[in-house]
Design a protein around this ligand. Structure first.
Ligand SMILES: [Cu+2]
Length: 335
C-alpha cells in the first residue's frame, strides 16, 4: 500500500483511491495545488495533535497508582498553566493556522468575481449530461459540444456554470475543488491544467437517478492543438459521403432524432439532448459512460432507457437492422 492510498484511507475516502487520476492529492493545476496543500497541512497537524494526545494518555494510565501525586489538585506545581497552554493556546494556534489556510484557499473560488467579463466556456448541467459551449466570437459561431471539455494547457480557463434543471456540481479533482451549477444563479470556476492530458471528473451533487453516470472529461491540449480542435468544432457537420451514410442522415432528419438533437448545417435544430454536430470526434457517449463505437451507438439508440434508466432519451425501436447500421454510420462520420 503506498503512502497516498494510506492517506486516502485515513481520510475515510478509500473509494476515491480506486481511480488515482481522480485524486485531489495528485493536483495538476494551481487551484488544485492550494487545495491539496491545505489537505496535507490539516492531515499532518491533526496527526501530530493526535500523537501528542496518545502519548499523554499513555503517561496518565501508566503512572504509579496510590501516590499522593495522584490526588494533587489541578493547580499544584504550575498545573493550571499547562491547562491554559494545552487547552487554549495550542488549539487556538492550530485552528487559526487551518482557518487562515482555508481562507487563502477560498480565494480560488471567485464565485462573484469576473461576472462582467466573458467566460471562455459556458457549461449547462442537465439531467444527466453536460452541455458545453465555447464562448468565442458571435453567438451563432459558438462551438457546442457535450461532456468532453477541451482546454488549452498552461493557461487559466474561465468557465461559467449554469443548470437547466436541478443542482449539479462540477468537480475535476486534479484541477480544482467543487463548484455547484445552480438553476438561475451563474457561478464561475477558473481551471488551469499544468500539462496536456486527460483529467477525469464527476458530478459531485446528487442530481437524480443517473447522477453516478454524469461523468466529465477535461482534455487539455497544447495551444496549437486546441485552436485546431476549436476551429473544427465550430464548423458545420461533415456531409454524408457513402450511400449508407446518406440513408442514415435521411433517417436522422426524418425521425424523432432531429427534434431533440442539433447537427449544425442540417435541419436538425433540437436542443433537448447533446449537440451531435461533431459527435464522431468524442471519446465516449452518454456523459462519458459508454465508449463511442458502433456497438454502443446501436445499443444506445434502441435501449437508452436500459443503459441509463430515466434519462431524457427514449428507446427508439422502429428501425430495421440495416437502417440502424446506416444511422450509426452517419453518426460516426460526424467527426
Ligand atoms: Cu449532476
Amino acid at each position: 500500500m503506498n503512502f497516498r492510498l494510506f492517506a486516502l484511507a485515513l481520510f475515510g475516502a478509500a473509494p476515491l483511491a480506486g481511480s488515482v487520476d481522480q485524486s485531489t492529492l495528485d493536483p495538476a493545476g494551481p487551484a488544485a495545488h492550494i487545495l491539496s496543500n491545505l489537505g496535507w497541512f490539516t492531515l499532518i497537524t491533526s496527526m501530530a495533535v493526535a500523537a501528542v494526545m496518545y502519548i499523554l494518555i499513555a503517561l496518565v494510565v501508566t503512572r504509579p497508582k496510590g501516590t499522593l501525586d495522584e490526588h494533587a489538585p489541578a493547580d499544584a506545581g504550575g498545573g493550571l498553566s499547562w491547562i491554559h497552554i494545552g487547552g487554549f493556546l495550542i488549539p487556538v494556534l492550530i485552528l487559526t493556522g487551518i482557518l487562515s489556510a482555508s481562507v487563502a484557499g477560498m480565494s480560488q473560488f471567485p464565485v462573484h468575481d469576473g461576472m462582467n467579463t466573458s467566460p471562455d466556456i459556458r457549461i449547462i448541467g442537465h439531467q444527466w449530461w453536460w452541455q458545453v459551449e465555447y464562448v468565442d466570437g458571435p453567438v451563432d459561431t459558438h462551438a457546442m459540444t457535450a461532456n468532453e471539455i477541451h482546454i488549452p494547457a498552461g493557461r487559466p480557463v474561465d468557465i461559467d456554470l449554469d443548470s437547466a434543471d436541478v443542482i449539479h456540481s462540477f468537480w475535476v479533482p486534479q484541477l480544482h475543488g467543487k463548484v455547484d451549477l445552480i438553476p438561475g444563479k451563474r457561478n464561475r470556476i477558473r481551471i488551469q491544467a499544468a500539462r496536456p492530458g486527460i483529467y477525469h471528473g464527476q458530478c459531485a451533487e446528487y442530481c437524480g437517478a443517473q447522477h453516478a453516470h454524469m461523468i466529465l472529461i477535461v482534455v487539455a491540449q497544447t495551444p496549437e492543438d486546441y485552436q485546431a480542435w476549436l476551429a473544427r468544432q465550430r464548423s458545420d457537420a461533415a456531409p454524408p459521403v457513402t450511400t449508407q451514410q446518406i440513408e442514415g442522415q435521411q433517417l436522422f432528419l426524418g425521425k424523432a432524432c432531429a427534434l431533440c438533437h442539433s447537427v449544425r448545417g442540417t435541419l436538425a435544430l433540437g436542443n433537448v439532448g447533446p449537440d451531435l454536430t461533431h459527435m464522431g470526434s468524442r471519446l465516449f457517449i452518454a456523459a462519458n459512460y459508454l465508449p463511442n463505437n458502433e456497438a454502443n451507438l446501436e445499443a444506445w439508440v434502441t435501449h437508452a432507457q436500459s443503459l441509463k434508466p430515466a434519462c431524457a432519451m427514449p428507446n427508439i425501436t422502429q428501425f430495421t437492422g440495416t437502417q440502424l447500421r446506416a444511422l450509426t454510420a452517419y453518426l460516426r462520420n460526424l467527426k
